[in-house]
Write a protein that binds this ligand. Structure first.
Ligand code: GCU
Length: 443
C-alpha cells in the first residue's frame, strides 16, 4: 500500500474513533421506518457530508470580518433560508392593535403581576388574532428580562393559573377555531399529566414570562396552508403561499415578533433582553424567530431536531425526506423545502447557517440523550460548526468537539445541554435556561 494511502486510512480510522467516542453518550438503536422511509439510528451509518460554508460569500470569497458578515453574508444566508426552508414572511402589519384586557392582575399568590392582551393584525377584529399572556415579578424595581415561550396549547392550558382566559384551538373538521378546553379548575388541582410552564421559577429569579399559542397564528395539520394569518396576505386567486413563502413555522415565529412588538410597549419589561423559546417544532420556530428578528436577545431551542438545529445532511433519525413527506409536516415549511427531500446534499443551506444568523447573540440548544429521532448529536455538531461565526465576533462557542455527558451543560455564548431522557423539556432544563439567562441577560 502506498504510504499516502496508508496515512489517509489512518486519519480516517482516527476520525471514526474520535467520532465514536464523541457521540458515545447516545446509544445506537435498530433501524426503523417512518412514512415508508427508512430511519437510521446507527452513528457509524450517518454518512459523510460537506456543509455549506457560512463564512464564504456566494461568489466564493471568504468572510473574515464582522462588517462583511453583516452587510453581505448574513443577508445572503437569510435569503437562502427564506427561499429554501421556512419561507418569506411579511413585516409588521400597519393596522395592528393591542387590546389590553387586563394589565396588572395579581397572580401566583401575589408574587407576579399578570397581563392579558389580544393582538389584532388588521382593522377587522373578526379575523385572526393572538392572545398574549404576560407575567412580571411583583417586586421588580425596574424593567425585567423576559422568557417568551411559544406553546402547543391555549394560554389557559399552558400555565397553572385559574385567572387565565380561555383560548382557542383549531378544529380539523370545520377548519375553524373553537374554544379550547375550559381553564384548569383550580391552581392546586392540575389535570393529571399536565406539566405547566413553571412561571414561578422564573419570577422568583427576577425574570418575566410570556406565552402564546402557536395555533393563534396558523393551524398545525396538513392542507392548512392558506389558513390563519397567512389568509391575510394571499393575493386574489391565491389559495396558499407560493413556493418561497411562509410555512406554519414562519407564521408562528412571525407571531413571536408581534408579541415582541407589544412587549416593546410595556415599560415593566426590557424588550432588549427577551429570550425566545420553544420545544420541538416550536424549537425550530424559536431558532427561525430569533434568526429572522434580531430584536430577540437570546434563543433557547429545545429538541428542535430536523428542520431545526440538527444537521440535515446527516442520515440519522428524522431526515428532510421524513419531515416533508406529504402525510407529515410539509406545511410547516416553504413549499420549496420538500424539493430537497431526496437530494439534501443539494440543499443550499443547513443547520449551521440557521444558527449563524443568531450570532453573536447567546444561543442555547437543549436536547435529550434518548430522543434519537431529533438527533441530539447532530445538533451538537451544528453548534460546533457555527463556532467560527461566533468567534468572528469575539464570542465563545462550545470550545469542544466532544459531546458532553447528559446533564453536563456547556454555557458559553453558545450553550448546549442534553438531559438524560427523551423528547421535550424536563424540570432540570428550566434551571439551565434560567442560569443561561442570568449569565447573559441580567444586569
Ligand atoms: C414530530 C416531528 C418532529 C417535531 C415533533 C414535535 O416528531 O417529526 O420534527 O419536532 O413532531 O414537534 O413534537
Amino acid at each position: 500500500m502506498p504510504a499516502k494511502t496508508k496515512w489517509s486510512l489512518c486519519i480516517l480510522g482516527w476520525g471514526a474513533l474520535l467520532a465514536s467516542s464523541a457521540h458515545g453518550q447516545i446509544a445506537d438503536a435498530p433501524d426503523d421506518a417512518v412514512a415508508g422511509i427508512p430511519v437510521n439510528y446507527t452513528e457509524a451509518k450517518a454518512g459523510s457530508y460537506k456543509l455549506p460554508d457560512a463564512l464564504k460569500l456566494n461568489n466564493g470569497k471568504a468572510v473574515t470580518d464582522v462588517k462583511t458578515w453583516r452587510a453581505e453574508r448574513r443577508p445572503e444566508i437569510r435569503k437562502l433560508i427564506e427561499q429554501n426552508w421556512f419561507g418569506r414572511a411579511p413585516g409588521r402589519p400597519a393596522d395592528m392593535t393591542f387590546d389590553v384586557l387586563e394589565r396588572s392582575a395579581p397572580a401566583f399568590d401575589g408574587k407576579a403581576v399578570r397581563s392579558q392582551v389580544t393582538i389584532f393584525f388588521t382593522k377587522d377584529h373578526a379575523g385572526p388574532r393572538m392572545e398574549l399572556l404576560v407575567y412580571v415579578p411583583a417586586n421588580a424595581t425596574g424593567p425585567v428580562p423576559l422568557f417568551l415561550n411559544m406553546s402547543f396549547s391555549a394560554n389557559n392550558l399552558t400555565v397553572n393559573d385559574p385567572g387565565v382566559l380561555r383560548g382557542r384551538r383549531w378544529d380539523r373538521q370545520s377548519l375553524k377555531q373553537v374554544p379550547a378546553e375550559p381553564p384548569r379548575p383550580s391552581a392546586t388541582a392540575p389535570t393529571a399529566g399536565f406539566r405547566p410552564l413553571p412561571v414561578e421559577q422564573f419570577i422568583a429569579r427576577g425574570i418575566g414570562v410570556a406565552t402564546f399559542n402557536k395555533d393563534d397564528l396558523a393551524p398545525d395539520f396538513v392542507d392548512s396552508e392558506g389558513l390563519g394569518v397567512k389568509s391575510l396576505y394571499l393575493k386574489p386567486g391565491q389559495t396558499r403561499p407560493a413556493d418561497d413563502e411562509w410555512g406554519a413555522i414562519a407564521a408562528w415565529s412571525w407571531g413571536a415578533s408581534r408579541a415582541l412588538d407589544y412587549i416593546e410597549t410595556d415599560k415593566r419589561i426590557d424588550s432588549k433582553r427577551v429570550a425566545i423559546h420553544g420545544v420541538s417544532r416550536l424549537g425550530k420556530t424559536a431558532l427561525w424567530g430569533g434568526a429572522a428578528d434580531e430584536r430577540f436577545a437570546m434563543v433557547i431551542a429545545s429538541c428542535s431536531g430536523e428542520g431545526g438545529a440538527a444537521i440535515a445532511r446527516r442520515n440519522y433519525g428524522e431526515t428532510l425526506a421524513h419531515m416533508s413527506a406529504p402525510t407529515r409536516f410539509p406545511y410547516q415549511f416553504a413549499p420549496n423545502y420538500a424539493k430537497f427531500g431526496q437530494k439534501v446534499d443539494e440543499w443550499p443551506v443547513d443547520a449551521n447557517m440557521l444558527l449563524a444568523m443568531i450570532a453573536p447573540r447567546p444561543l442555547l440548544l437543549q436536547t435529550g440523550n434518548t430522543d434519537k429521532w431529533s438527533d441530539p448529536y447532530g445538533e451538537f455538531l451544528a453548534a460546533v460548526a457555527v463556532e467560527p461565526v461566533y468567534r468572528l465576533f469575539g464570542k465563545r462557542g462550545l470550545e469542544t468537539t466532544v459531546l458532553p455527558k447528559p446533564g453536563e451543560a456547556i454555557l458559553h455564548d453558545i450553550g448546549y445541554v442534553m438531559h438524560e431522557g427523551g423528547h421535550g423539556t424536563v424540570p432540570s432544563d428550566f434551571e439551565v435556561y434560567i442560569r443561561f439567562m442570568e449569565m447573559h441577560l441580567k444586569k
